[in-house]
Ligand binder design. Structure first.
Ligand SMILES: [Zn+2]
Length: 274
């Protein structure tokens, strides 16, 4: 699933290509992709003729504000993609298409169909899973080490599972939680409440560093992720532990192990991570 660096790469692409454009026409190929309002006709009617005024992101959600009281919220989930193309281009698994006056279009494609689009009044995110209770954005200035320490206070459970909780920190998932823990020498199953000050600081610094680094490479194309132009991210060849089970640790050479943490496959170095 795309995480912060991937969704942010798409957001930047949208800002460049579609911000300020008016939506001439909306074509729905799969009504299942429309999560709100309950009537797809209403979805179309409310968007057609409107301009995309701002492109924002909250965690793994994209928020396209319209020049009215509504916002279009998009979550890509496992295989959702947003691809910008010329008008009339037929893409595989196209579910919703937004056509602009300049003969271009924005395609929401989704092979497995878990992703979704919501059209809701601005800031009224209560009927969208997780959006209202989303934790802080790790790359924003107010996410300081002191704040991270505060968030960890009283938290029990495995540190890797906690990092992936969207109500704890926004946008971190299975890839970047593993990478940050590896860089910090922390075992993914460590109890969050048992981390010492030095480890908390190291985890904070490495989490931010790995997210920034991945963003600079346009994200990692592990599953279906591509950017707005259909181009893959190039960070996956830089991943240190994710998906590298049975290979050698880039730091000490030991064999990387894979275990399940809260049901999710997790790689770590049994020597470097304690
Ligand atoms: Zn190692």
């Amino acid at each position: 699933m795309p995480e912060l660096p991937e969704v942010e790469t798409i957001r930047k692409g949208l800002e460049k290509k579609v911000r300020g454009k008016r939506v001439n026409k909306v074509i729905i190929r799969s009504e299942k992709a429309i999560k709100a309002p309950s009537s797809p006709d209403e979805f179309v009617k409310k968007i057609e003729g409107r301009k995309l005024s701002e492109i924002k992101r909250k965690g793994k959600y994209l928020i396209l504000e319209l020049d009215c009281k509504d916002s279009l919220i998009i979550h890509l989930k496992m295989t959702g993609r947003l691809i910008y193309s010329s008008e009339g281009e037929e893409l595989s698994y196209a579910r919703v298409i937004f056509i602009f006056p300049d003969k271009t279009q924005l395609n929401f494609t989704d092979m497995r169909g878990f992703g979704g689009l919501w059209l809701v009044p601005d800031e009224e995110f209560s009927n969208i899973p997780l959006l209202k209770s989303m934790g802080p954005e790790p790359l924003e200035n107010d996410f300081t080490l002191a704040r991270f320490r505060g968030l960890l206070k009283g938290k029990k459970g495995k540190i890797k599972s906690l990092l992936m909780e969207q109500t704890f920190i926004a946008g971190v998932g299975n890839i970047y939680s593993q990478e940050a823990l590896f860089l910090s020498g922390i075992h993914p199953e460590r109890n969050a409440s048992m981390l010492i000050d030095r480890e908390v600081e190291s985890l904070y610094n490495n989490l931010l560093a790995v997210l920034r680094e991945a963003l600079s490479y346009g994200g990692s194309s592990i599953d279906a992720y591509v950017d707005l132009n259909g181009k893959k991210g190039s960070y996956e060849s830089h991943l240190r532990v994710y998906g590298r089970q049975k290979k050698n640790c880039p730091r000490c050479g030991a064999v990387i192990r894979k275990i399940k943490v809260s049901g999710r496959g997790t790689c770590f170095c049994p020597v470097c991570q304690k």
